[in-house]
Each structure stands twice: as C-alpha cells, then as structure tokens.
Design a protein around this ligand. Structure first.
Ligand code: ASP
Length: 345
C-alpha cells in the first residue's frame, strides 16, 4: 500500500535554531543539521515522512542574499512534486526579507512553505526552537477536508502565530513572539491547538496554475529613510548611486515628505532618469495615501509611486523581483501597485 503519511521537506539554512556556542569565543555559530536532529528526538513521534536538505555551509541570516534565496527556490522547485509541504529553517534577522522574496520568486505556489527559526538554540535546555520546528511541520502537513494543503503560500511560524510571509516584520530581538504583521491578520493562532484563520489564508482566485519560479533579483535598489533636516547632499548621493534602478522611499505618516524645492527636484530628476521610486510609510501600521496631504500629493506629482501598505521587506524584494524580470519601467511601476501574492491590501 502506498505510504499516505504527510511528506515534508525541511530545508536548513542556518540561524540561531541550529547554532552552538563556540567554546573559545562564547559567540553563537551555525552548526550542522545532524546536531539539530539529535536535539529533537520528538520528531520521530510525528508520523511524517521527513526529508531534509541543508545549505553546504549553514549561515547566520545576516549573510543571506538573493543567491541563497535562489538556492531555496531551486530545492523547492526540484522537490515540488515529491513533497506535500516545505519547512525552511532560517535565522530570524532577515527572515521577513526571505519570506517576502520567496513569495515573489515562487509564483502560483499551491503548497505550504513555512519558514521558522528560534530565539534560543535548539540544543539549549530552555528553547523555543523545538516547539517552533514541530509546529511548523504540523502546519506544513495540515490538510483541508478535500485533501488539499491548508496553507498554500509562504508563511512565517513563530511562537504563537502564523503570519503571511510578505506581510511580516521582525519586531523583537529577544521576545519569543518575535514577528508581527501590522497590516494583516494572523493566518493561524497557536495555543493548545492550531486554529487557522481561514478567511485570511491565501487562495488563488483563478484555477491553479503550475508553479513558476524566478531566480533573477535585481539588487540595484536601496532604501532612503527620511528624517527632519535630512541634508540635500545625503539625498542626492543616494539618488545618484551608480546603476540605481529602484528606491524605496520611507516617508512620514500617510506618505509625506519635505516641501523644499531641492528635495522635490532631486526626486523628480531621479524619476526622470528612470529610477522607480516607491513611497512607503515609516509608521508601523497604516498605509500611504498620497491624496491626504499637500506634501504627499506634491511627492506623487514628481512621479513617485504609492506603495500603499507594503512592508519595507516586501517593497524592496518586490522591486528586486520586478526589475529582475526585465520588463519596461512603466510595467514595473504598474505591478508595484498591484497585489501579486497577498503582499498588499
Ligand atoms: N543572527 C541570527 C540569524 O539571523 C539570529 C537568529 O536566528 O535569531 O541568523
């Protein structure tokens, strides 16, 4: 008889979850996958078929870059038909960037890609790693009554919540509930049981399409975070960065920026040179509304595109993704304002 157990592939990239203290420096360093398995004997109690893949050299997620995202995408793509779901073990520092990037790189995903990690290494007596790993596996294996996977998107599981990946932000360097989504409800609450918020889960409106993967992320992008008194030299030097193609402008409140002439001119010059500039708010919650204040409207008139309620992580990775697809600038601007995979309300 065919094995009906859920088949989950764990992809270990590194991060605190698998780290160990260096006996000399006392600093935490990535360790290998077997160490991780040794520390969670309970995994054997799950009646799952668990495969695993590990990065040749596990990394601290501060070293994560688009090449690593490409590696994760390739492993998922190569194994897509052989597994029901995927659990990616990842450091927390850049987890929200990876979750956002994967959501764009894995278009038309219909299986769960659950990213998790921990604040304390899995080998320590008190750790959040074991619980996060086991819950992530259970979520990846969860099925609807029709036999389809309940989660069909990239999501972050951390402590008590499952969040949409491209809506998440790391909000605490030391709290076990380290992630949050300020503009979108949780996909599931983890307590005694796992309670899915079914209305919030991603569902494609059209018929399911085959998974389409994209590897090219254009890194000629950057952030510019405004502050009162920002010097013209700073603004101009960022906007004149060689090869700059996209910029995420982090503005005040509902999308407002200084009214000084030099500022508007500098922004307009960059837009006219073909730099795609996206306006997102510095506020943790809420969205850019360019029509609410004159200062926002003036900025919109320079050709800056409203990023609505995109997180910083989703805005920068979406720009990388769209610029990487080699489309016309007008199309990049158009798609930046469209919801591609649940990243924007
Ligand atoms: N520096 C670690 C990392 O991101 C932190 C963590 O995993 O929590 O890899």
């Amino acid at each position: 008889m065919a094995d009906k157990r859920p088949r989950i592939l764990m992809i270990y990239t590194g991060g605190t979850i698998g780290m160990k203290e260096n006996p000399v420096t006392k600093a935490l360093e990535p360790f290998d996958f077997n160490h991780l398995l040794d520390n969670v004997p309970k995994l054997k109690m799950l009646d799952f078929e668990i495969g695993h893949h590990q990065f040749k050299t596990p990394i601290d997620s501060s070293d994560m870059n688009p090449k690593h995202w490409g590696q994760i995408v390739r492993v998922i793509h190569d194994n897509y038909n052989d597994y029901d779901g995927f659990v990616v073990l990842h450091g927390t520092d850049t987890m929200a960037y990876t979750a956002s990037a994967l959501s764009f790189m894995l278009q038309d995903l219909t299986k769960p890609v659950i990213i998790t990690g921990s604040q304390l290494p899995i080998g320590e007596v008190r750790t959040d790693g074991e619980e996060n790993l086991i819950t992530a596996l259970q979520i990846a294996a969860a099925q609807d009554p029709d036999g389809r996977q309940t989660v069909r998107e990239v999501a972050i599981l951390f402590e008590n919540y499952l969040w949409r990946g491209n809506r998440s932000t790391k909000r605490s360097a030391d709290n076990f509930n380290a992630f949050h989504s300020n503009n979108y409800p949780e996909l599931a609450k983890i307590g005694l049981g796992i309670t899915f918020n079914r209305d919030a889960l991603w569902r494609t409106k059209a018929v399911d399409m085959p998974l389409e993967v994209h590897y090219d992320m254009d890194t000629n992008v950057t952030f510019l975070d405004l502050f009162p008194g920002i010097p013209e030299t700073v603004v101009r030097s960022v906007l004149n960065t060689p090869n700059l193609k996209g910029l995420v402008l982090k503005t005040f409140g509902a999308g407002n920026g200084p009214g000084e002439k030099w500022f508007r001119e500098a922004i307009k010059d960059a837009v006219d040179r073909g730099v795609v500039i996206i306006n997102i708010t510095q506020c943790a919650n809420g969205e850019v509304d360019p029509y609410r204040y004159m200062s926002g409207l003036e900025l919109a008139k320079t050709g800056v595109i409203p990023g609505h309620d995109l997180t910083s992580e989703a805005a920068i990775t979406k720009l990388m993704y769209l610029l990487g697809r080699n489309m016309k600038i007008e199309d990049v601007k158009h798609y930046m304002q469209c919801d591609l995979c649940g990243e924007m309300s």
